[in-house]
Write a protein that binds this ligand. Sequence first.
Ligand code: B1M
Length: 213
Amino acid sequence: MHQTLEKIFTAILDGEQAAVTENVPAALEAGLSPETVLKEGLVAAMTEVGRRFEAGEYFVPEMLAAARAMQGGLKLLKPRLVQAGVRAAGKILLGTVAGDMHDIGKTLVGMMLEGAGFEVVDLGTDVKPEAFAEAVREHQPDIVGLSSLLTTTMPGMIFTVQALTEAGLRGQVKVMVGGAPVTAAFAQTIGADGYAPDASAAVKLARSLVGEA
Ligand code: B1M
């Protein structure tokens, strides 16, 4: 592995954004393609972050720090990736459902998905069902990701799936759900395509929903 990629990999795992933003341009100057820097630097590191989280070696703070460090590098890389015509792994529309202001978990899920090469459109919090439908029309995502942290706002997931169906859009997107009170059984009941208990599982689920192993 090129020395700059090793530095990017380690800096992301250590949550050191300055070292990432220093080494991404250095890797490009050394002649590595933006795609190589993305896949073998950023995505490889975030995959390792996910593994460490699942193994109980990392917790949410470490995962957040790594995701922030990765985003610093991604920001520098994005224009070069667009220039080089590199396609995202898929496009995901993400939001916390109506009435719910919790955004830490949803944002972390979005950051991890970006780290896995997905294009993420984050609609924020308190997103009404009609706003999700409207945004699907506008952005044409592969996946709609719904987050809810309150038992009282979980019905917002049902109404969002209904709104997508009523707008004739349900067939063109996969729906994934998550958040502390949400379960796989609930996801199945409301006709979602999948449930993920945490950000690392969300990446795996999103990959499987777009047909990427
Ligand atoms: Co609130 N809150 N809160 N809160 N809050 C909880 C959720 C609560 C469990 C606390 C408690 O009572 N023990 C409780 C809910 C009870 C329930 O419904 N069963 C609660 C309550 C009651 C409330 C208020 C109603 C309090 C009040 O005003 N009386 C109020 C509601 C406001 C509203 O939304 N309308 C409220 C407000 C707030 C704050 C604003 C103070 C703040 C939110 C700040 C913010 O987000 N910007 C807050 C916080 C911080 C929490 C706790 C303490 C932490 C939530 C968090 O960020 N966790 C929480 C208690 C707790 O969970 N321990 C609590 C860290 C985050 C990384 O985890 O969000 O679970 P999490 O996300 C995980 C997974 O769930 C999953 O992956 C993430 C990363 O691993 N995931 C997905 C999440 N979304 C996903 C989407 C996916 C896939 C996976 O696919 C699309």
